[in-house]
Design a protein around this ligand. Structure first.
Ligand SMILES: NC(=O)c1ccc[n+]([C@@H]2O[C@H](COP(=O)([O-])OP(=O)(O)OC[C@H]3O[C@@H](n4cnc5c(N)ncnc54)[C@H](OP(=O)(O)O)[C@@H]3O)[C@@H](O)[C@H]2O)c1
Length: 276
């Protein structure tokens, strides 16, 4: 696969690998330095959220990177405490100011709540006002996603969900494809927990790649966008170096066989939006 970007339903291009920043902190310029490293290594997409409490550092890294703003794809998210129309509008302005930007590329609902209709209306307005180039959701089940599509004037363009070989979400991917929604994987390498898996290890050996690269390539070949996080400059490079090999159909199936459907750990925000 040569393309390193994909198109969202509105034609906006999104890089197929982005840099995740959860747990990278403002303190000691950690997140700022990692964002600069990532941009230097060739990443153009950075994923943050108000909840990560690191938007200032991400913004600083972007400014110090020296790269033109238009070349970057910046994602941030509205947290459940800020749901509803007015609160979302305020939360957006706060994120924008912390990031020191004048627009966001992708604004996501972090977890849908019972106020999702109002929250979504706010995202639609931000999109119409051209303050965001694309809008989407996170953590939506098929049921939640289809219910949002029913009331939405503008459909979500992205659904960012927990997705890795242990939770491969094949059905959700099919439904998203049908609605022209791009799927993004959070915890794409399962926070490192799959590195000692025998199948992954065997494939790493076979393709002469690292275990992380095997998993990230599996995402790429499944048309899923991955946003791995790391605090190591060498892993930043490693996680992007996945464009020079192909996993065979047979080996893709071996990785698919690891699916149990389970989450890494229970998520307390999972059921805030109950579809009736
Ligand atoms: N929308 C949501 O609800 C949601 C939820 C969670 C996460 N996210 C987003 O998704 C991003 C990625 O998810 P994540 O941070 O949970 O997990 P992840 O990217 O799957 O894994 C990160 C962990 O893997 C390690 N790691 C990274 N590259 C590695 C490599 N090449 N070899 C071995 N270990 C490696 C990292 O350690 P080191 O740092 O020590 O390298 C870190 O402990 C987040 O940062 C965030 O932006 C979104």
């Amino acid at each position: 696969m040569k393309e390193k970007v994909r198109e969202l339903s509105n034609g906006v291009k999104i890089p197929v690998v982005g840099f995740g920043t959860y747990k990278l902190e403002n303190d000691n310029d950690e997140v700022c330095n990692m964002v600069k490293e990532a941009i230097k290594a060739g990443y153009r997409s950075i994923d943050t959220a108000s909840f990560y409490d690191n938007e200032e550092g991400v913004g600083k890294g972007i400014t110090q990177s020296g790269i033109n703003r238009e070349e970057l794809f910046i994602t941030t998210k509205v947290w459940p405490d800020d749901d509803g129309y007015e609160n979302t509008m305020k939360a957006f302005e706060k994120s924008l100011s912390k990031l020191n930007l004048d627009y966001i590329d992708l604004y996501l609902v972090h977890w849908p709540t019972e106020k999702i209709k109002d929250t979504w209306r706010a995202l639609e307005d931000l999109y119409r006002q051209k303050k965001v180039r694309a809008i989407g959701v996170c953590n939506c089940t098929i049921e939640q996603l289809e219910s949002i599509i029913e009331f939405a004037n503008i459909n979500p363009m992205v659904n960012q969900v927990e997705l890795h070989p242990n939770r491969s979400e094949k059905e959700l991917i099919k439904v998203c494809k049908r609605h022209n929604i791009v799927v993004e994987a959070w915890s794409p390498i399962m926070r490192g927990q799959l590195m000692s898996n025998e199948i992954i290890k065997e494939l790493a050996k076979k393709y002469n790649k690292s275990e992380a690269q095997i998993i990230l390539r599996w995402h790429l070949q499944n048309n899923v966008i991955a946003i791995p996080k790391t605090s190591s400059p060498s892993r930043i490079k490693e996680n992007l170096d996945i464009f020079d090999f192909n996993i065979s159909k047979e080996d893709m199936k071996k990785i698919d066989s690891l699916n149990t459907g389970e989450r890494m750990k229970p998520q307390k925000y999972e059921n805030l939006y109950k579809v009736i």
